[in-house]
Ligand binder design. Structure first.
Ligand code: OAD
Length: 241
């Protein structure tokens, strides 16, 4: 009997020795973290060029920090959801597993994922514009802008903004994981922001079986092997079993 697409996806995930997973904002949506695009998304009410570029930060660091403080406050109240937990379980049973995330909320780690590659940084870390110090800062009542505990310089969120390059070590590791995996699972990303958006094609061209989980079709959908439409928090626990 022919397998249904979700059974085929579950079987591939169960049999693979090498799995790469790429997640986007949709994986945290059911935890209450707003996505960027689509109804209610952050970019509906805010312009990325005002808040998420190096130019915006040099123009008005206080404005940018007020926005990050607001997001930090929101994220502090969020808990990992069944999608994060399913990915942590998948990692535990898979010999070679790489989790690539565009999310900065830290929820994968809190669900038990060991070493997610945070391609766009982490909102709970800060970086000094003057001395380059970087450290974890969980204080929710940060002044806007906060100053460096080492040198008193201006701090910025340790995240990647539009127009900035990703950490080359992280990008290299992401590319290698995509090129070497047997199965790639792409969850909750609109697949419009490069370079993460290109990873599914890298995997596909290298011969991997590619599975997408999203509420809706994306630019990746036409070239994946299985596209499962629905909520990550419902589909992933089923897929991982
Ligand atoms: P987006 O907000 O662009 O896309 C979120 C995707 O998740 C959409 O395709 C939704 O259909 C899907 N989605 C929403 N809820 C879901 C759910 N419960 N289950 C499954 N899918 C769901 O977020 P990203 O693709 O992560 O970068 O955005 C990529 C980058 O663009 C972000 O990292 C950020 C943003 O601008 C920077 O800030 C540099």
């Amino acid at each position: 009997m022919d397998l249904t697409p979700d059974q085929m996806a579950a079987q591939r995930l169960a049999q693979a020795q090498r799995i790469a997973v790429l997640t986007g904002a949709g994986v945290s949506a059911e935890s209450g973290v707003p996505t960027f695009r689509g109804p209610g998304g952050l970019w509906e009410s805010h312009r990325p060029e005002d808040l998420a570029t190096p130019q915006a930060f040099s123009r008005d660091p206080a404005l940018v920090w007020r926005w990050y403080n607001w997001r930090r406050g929101l994220m502090a109240k969020c808990e990992p959801n069944p999608a994060h937990h399913a990915l942590a379980a998948l990692e535990r049973r898979t010999p070679q597993f790489t989790l690539l995330t565009q999310n900065i909320d830290g929820l994968h780690r809190r669900a038990g994922s060991q070493a997610p590659l945070e391609m766009h940084g982490n909102i709970w870390w800060v970086r000094c514009m003057d001395c380059g110090a970087r450290y974890e800062e969980r204080e929710l009542e940060l002044p806007a802008p906060p100053t460096c505990r080492e040198c008193g310089g201006l701090l910025r969120p340790h995240v990647v903004w539009f127009g900035e390059s990703l950490d080359p070590r992280i990008l290299g590791a992401a590319w290698r994981a995509a090129a070497r995996c047997e199965v790639m699972l792409v969850v909750g990303t609109s697949a419009v922001v490069q370079p993460a958006a290109g990873l599914a094609s890298v995997a596909r061209q290298a011969g991997a079986f590619v599975i997408e989980v999203n509420l809706e079709q994306t630019p990746n959908s036409a070239e994946v092997h299985v596209s499962l439409l629905g909520k990550a928090g419902e589909i992933l626990p089923e897929l991982v079993g």
